[in-house]
Ligand binder design. Sequence first.
Ligand code: F3S
Ligand code: F3S
Length: 105
Amino acid sequence: TYVIAQPCVDVKDRACVEECPVDCIYEGRRSLYVHPDECVDCGACEPVCPVEAIFYEDDVPAEWKGYHTANVEFFDGLGSPGGASALGLIDRDHPLVAGRPVRTA
Ligand code: F3S
Ligand code: F3S
């Protein structure tokens, strides 16, 4: 699976959402999250993110490794909805994201 890491927090550019052929990039309050079971590893999202927040799971930089787990755990209780657009904004975040200082600049 691919992983959305810290640079997305409070940026949420959403260019990735347009590229994903299986609509598996879900929107939380302060970040987006890739559904680990729905992602087909096509890689289309990775180059379009303007802040380079998206990585293949094995390539997540060491300081952001926790985001792999965050992307997985975000879907606890949601299961596999099969499409992000139908859900729209999911008004919460994984604790790793929720605990980030709010970006003000
Ligand atoms: Fe976030 Fe980059 Fe997508 S900022 S919403 S991962 S294009
Ligand atoms: Fe979609 Fe990116 Fe996976 S475009 S299928 S989330 S690699």
